[in-house]
Design a protein around this ligand. Sequence first.
Ligand code: SF4
Length: 345
Amino acid sequence: MIRELADRLISRRRLDAEEYRTLLSGWDEATLAYLRQDAVRTAHKQFGRGVYVRGLIEVSSCCRNDCLYCGLRCSNTSAERYRLSDEQILECCREGYAAGFRTFVLQGGEDMTFTDSRLEGLIGRIRAEFSDAAITLSLGERSEESYRRLRDAGADRYLLRHEAASKTLYEKLHPQSMSWENRMRCIEALKRVGFQTGVGMMVGAPGQSVSDLADDLMFIQRIEPEMIGIGPFIPHCATPFSAHPAGSLPLTYLLLAIVRIMHPKALIPATTALATLSANGRREGILSGANVVMPNLSPSEVRNKYAIYDGKANRGSEAAEGLALLEQELNEIGYRIDYSRGDYI
Ligand code: SF4
């Protein structure tokens, strides 16, 4: 039965909700190996042996929101807050560009000092100085008008994890001031204004069931995002979920394999959360169909302050200065860094 479902997923590239629930409830190691093998084959056909690198610049640890799982939540008074100036961000881009990066990811909490007009100016300067680089933003929920302005200014991609396709689960993970409807509205708006749009969720989030994950897969299947970020939940000590165990790595690999089979062309990172939980996490992510890594380009003095969960990896091959190490790690499993922009095509 489970093998039949795996074969059906491989041949049709989709299942229905009930089939995903059955697959996620009944998989075993053999199913995982079987699906990962096909996911890797699928990724090879599309991307060869190259893994795209994105330079991650964590622009601000200030956030107006209070997501229950996040160390940067506004009610965490022990979090160290910083925000980079435009000049500091441009300097990170310069260092990244010199190292070979052709995508910059500007990620931060919902920090309203990053106004539309400030971001338009910043995006314009990055675009002018690095005309062949892609600009990805990950700055949370904004209005459609704001997204349009950022897109018109020259940003190419936007990451906004949906976190939970189930409204009930979304509400368990977020304060009342945030709404599932608004998150969905933002994702639709990002697609409408023409961003390559990224969604995703944590695996093993508090209160998450197999049925919730099946809903996530149906959501991803329906909206066909260009980017899909899936990583294990990792607790942060100063949040209400501090005692909750981290998400399962094998289940994360299974979900990566499923979304790769579902969307052969999608850009799928082997996330930092994988690398944080296991020294082999990133390579196992790539061996589950992922084709992107996002080394940290932030100034080294702020890296430990962007603490969304405990122990977040930001050194060695997780860091921009560790590209040689990353290349070596990738070579060991038969891959190499692909320094091109790596757009969704
Ligand atoms: S997950 Fe994002 S929006 Fe939520 S508190 Fe953390 S930084 Fe803010």
